[in-house]
Design a protein around this ligand. Structure first.
Ligand code: F6P
Length: 369
């Protein structure tokens, strides 16, 4: 029987749902029954630490252990229950213009006889996958990012677990906020896209939701808060995405500089707003940044299922020799879209139809009544 090798890696920020996807890539590729039908025997190698695993496959000073390992059904059997990624991840960019190591990646793909590659990631990781595809690598992508900002798909792994975390944490904040009559600001992740803040805020019934797609006015936020109090509210929850900006300001950054993909390190809008609001409304205001809690923990049921379907579909694409594409969930169906489409532009909240620019919240009409 013909033998072929599949390499699988996870890149960029981790999230819940990666391990179920890895498990189902392995199980689908190695399924005895399917191997007989396909007449190809696949072997799956795990590549540790994202693209770093293909730049330094033998290890480096940060970790001297080899980064290429054999995966088997017995190894991945329980992985779908765990958060994070058992393969590790990194924000290594082999096409970093300041240090282009893409040739090394191509050489290592040959050296390890990797016939196919499954890259699980967001815009950065899949952007690299697309460039490698253009250089002749037989690659397929699986979408993941808690930001849900990849185009070409209605779902990216990790999003629903992160929304569950936001909802659960806000449920906790409500009781203490109410006891003390406080305003609580909850800062979520979401660099460019407000999906996490919007859908997390909608799930938890937040009073105000602020997203990067719509620059808000601080005085309007205060007006809404005072209106709420006049109507008898004991407390208010504001959900703000890390990339949201008050009109006239730029994004608030946690640290100066950019990562190897050119992204700013955001953070601090919650604290910034809390100061303004307490000063202007004279109501005690606290802020909390959910930060990496949103990326941690076990995958929710939905991410386990979607990870499973995406993993299976990625192998189906390899079997069909349908490369340069990403698995996609579109209108209720699992399908495939060209990587070019997925990484070409970001999937942002449509302010006109999905956001209430007067009350800074989710829409109040859905069918257009
Ligand atoms: O890209 C996903 C994301 O979670 C963003 O929402 C956030 O800005 C960023 O990753 C944080 O990255 P890091 O884990 O490198 O701090």
């Amino acid at each position: 029987m013909e033998k072929k090798r599949i390499g699988v890696l996870t890149g960029g920020g981790d999230c819940a749902g990666l391990n179920p996807a890895i498990k189902w890539v392995v199980k689908t590729a190695m399924d005895d029954r399917l191997q007989k039908v396909r007449k190809i025997q696949y072997e799956v190698l795990g590549i540790r630490d994202g693209w770093k695993g293909l730049v330094f496959p033998d290890g480096d000073e940060s970790d001297p252990a080899p980064r290429i390992c054999t995966l088997a059904e017995e190894i991945v059997r329980t992985w779908d229950r765990y958060g994070g990624t058992m393969l590790g991840t990194s924000r290594t960019n082999p096409y970093d213009p300041k240090n282009n190591r893409s040739k090394i990646v191509l050489e290592n793909l040959e050296r390890y006889h990797l016939d196919y590659l499954v890259a699980i990631g967001g815009e950065d990781t899949l952007g690299v996958a697309h460039k490698l595809y253009l250089e002749g690598v037989k690659v397929v992508g699986i979408p993941k990012t808690i930001d849900k900002d990849l185009s070409g798909t209605d779902y990216t792994l990790g999003f629903e677990t992160a929304v569950n975390v936001i909802t659960e944490e806000i449920d906790r904040l409500r009781t203490t906020a109410g006891s003390h009559r406080r305003i609580f600001i909850v800062e979520t992740m979401g660099r460019h896209a407000g999906w996490l803040a919007l859908e997390g805020g909608e799930s938890s019934g937040a009073y105000i939701i602020l997203i990067p797609e719509y620059n808000f006015e601080i005085h309007r936020v205060n007006e809404l808060l005072l209106e709420g109090r006049e109507k008898g509210a004991r407390y208010e929850i504001i959900v703000v995405a890390e990339g949201a900006q008050p009109a006239g300001y730029t994004e608030i950054v946690k640290e100066e500089g950019v990562d190897s993909f050119g992204h700013k390190i955001l953070g601090g809008i919650g604290e910034f707003l809390a100061k303004w609001i307490s000063q202007l409304t004279k109501i005690e205001t606290r802020s909390i940044t959910l930060s990496h809690l949103q990326r941690g923990g076990v995958p929710c049921a939905y991410d386990r299922r979607m990870g499973r379907y995406f993993g299976i579909a990625a192998v189906d694409m390899i079997v069909k020799e349908d490369f340069g594409k990403m698995v996609s969930y579109r209108n209720g169906w699992i399908t495939a879209v060209p990587l070019r489409e997925a990484v070409g532009k970001l999937n942002l909240v449509d302010v006109q139809t999905q956001y209430d620019t007067e009350r800074y919240n989710g829409r109040r009409t859905i069918l257009g009544g």
